[in-house]
Design a protein. Structure first.
Length: 415
């Protein structure tokens, strides 16, 4: 068998969409829309709601809350009721919007796969609001996992743990003997999960293969008419998904997917931090002999814009020179061009659309803006897109991982 042939056999979203699921989801839904932004501060910073929705009796708190807050709390209750009835509800987390369903209900979870067109072998993360919910889901939490939860929950860290048989639908775990669990650091997500009073399975609320949503409007673009409802809590904060890890009994924490909690942060708590070897193969000419990733989702070509995208890495001046020339050539060929650049270079590029990812030394901003920028490339009809690489340290590991996935691993080294 030739190498070429093996490549074709590599699973990816493009050659393995779950068509039957997509067909099933064409059943029309009347997607409800709840705007609960009144529960948050204007800058998008979360106010400490800090009470479970169930405990907020609309009568007892009525004097304290404004009419808008009251309406928003009632909306959260309605959304929670939807989840309890086995419907799908999209909601904000601190990372990206998730598409939630009662993790115990196979029917509800299947509706999530169907709405997204998600391959069924890609397991879902289960979201909880309280530590008490964890022991119902898993059989064992080792010392290393305990330490991580103490340090980073609630927050953008997902732990892969041994699943308690029967605790969640087998569709959630895609037949694995582990379940991925996280406690999001977002008052709307926490209140919704607490009010629904069930573990909530939630992948990112995008159609499979599209960038994850960082605004309720992105969820609408992808899933309106396919899901039960959308809770609008304004823009998400981190912008890239949670870090997925597995903690070994020897104290080694293995990163299966880089994300909002950095390797450096994990190192401060864990005895040793390792990275799934399948991830290290990325962007370094990883071929079909690369090991299969332990996080099944990492093998799919996610986030790809419609246009061709390449990532350019090297000394800043060489990156800028290469990019300027490539954009000019592309424009001459008649391409519609777009560039994702750091603030120091953004102004010097000539393209149909220029997206600034913020300062190269402040990668929180790049993480926050990345998915919206990729979506905008499609909106602008860009056919040729160049993205500047960033440092792979800190949050840069997650940003580069997502950029390279979006680029189908097209990395150009210059200088
Ligand atoms: O920030 C996030 O994690 C967002 C928000 C909504 O919480 N969720 C999210 O879910 O990114 P999703 O489904 O897009 O990605 C889940 C990732 C996939 O790569 C999946 O393969 C992996 O977690 N995963 C889930 N269960 C797993 C398991 N038992 N073992 C290994 N990887 C698992
Ligand atoms: Mg996703």
């Amino acid at each position: 068998m030739t190498r070429e042939h093996e490549k074709v056999q590599q699973p990816s979203f493009e050659d393995k969409p779950d068509n039957a699921a997509v067909e099933r989801a064409k059943v029309e839904h009347n997607t409800a829309f709840w705007d609960v932004r009144a529960l948050l501060h204007e800058q998008g910073e979360a106010e400490n709601i800090n009470v479970h929705v169930q405990e907020i009796s609309p009568v007892s708190d009525v004097k304290k809350v404004s009419a808008a807050r009251e309406a928003a709390l009632a909306d959260l209750q309605a959304a929670a009721a939807c989840l309890r009835q086995g419907k799908t509800v999209a909601f904000p987390t601190e990372t990206v919007y998730g598409l939630g369903a009662d993790a115990r209900s196979t029917e509800a979870v299947e509706a999530v796969f169907a709405a997204k067109g998600r391959p069924s072998d890609n397991p879902l993360i289960v979201h909880i609001a309280h530590r008490d919910q964890l022991h119902e889901l898993v059989t064992e939490v080792n010392a290393a996992a305990e330490a991580l939860m103490a340090a980073f929950w609630p927050g953008p860290l997902t732990l892969v743990l041994p699943v308690r048989p029967g605790a969640v639908s087998p569709r959630v775990t895609a037949g694995l003997d582990t379940v991925a669990v996280r406690m999001p650091d977002h008052p709307v997500a926490l209140s919704l999960i607490a009010a629904a009073a069930c573990p909530v399975a939630a992948p990112s609320a995008n159609r499979s293969g599209r960038p994850s949503p960082t605004l309720a409007a992105h969820v609408r673009e992808d899933l309106d008419g396919r899901i039960g409802g959308i809770v609008d809590g304004g823009p998400t904060g981190v912008g890239v998904e949670s870090t997925v890890v597995q903690a070994g009994d020897d104290g080694t924490v293995t990163i299966l997917r880089p994300g909002g909690i950095t390797a450096e942060q994990l190192s401060a708590v864990a005895a040793r931090v390792a990275t799934d070897p399948a991830l290290l193969a990325e962007g370094s000419g990883g071929d079909s002999n690369s090991p299969a990733p332990r996080s099944p989702g990492m093998k799919y070509t996610h986030y790809a814009p419609a246009g061709s995208l390449c990532v350019v890495e090297g000394p800043p001046a060489a990156v800028a020179a290469w990019t300027r020339a490539a954009l000019a050539e592309a424009a001459q060929r008649g391409e519609r061009t777009a560039v994702l650049a750091f603030a120091e270079h953004a102004e010097q590029y000539r393209a149909n659309a220029v997206f600034s990812l913020g300062d190269a030394s402040e990668l929180q901003e790049a993480a926050r803006r990345l998915y919206a920028a990729l979506r905008s490339c499609d909106e602008q009809g860009a056919t040729y897109i160049v993205a500047e690489a960033c440092s792979r340290e800190g949050l840069g590991a997650a940003v580069m991982n997502r950029l390279l996935k979006a680029a189908g691993n097209q990395l150009i080294q210059v200088g």
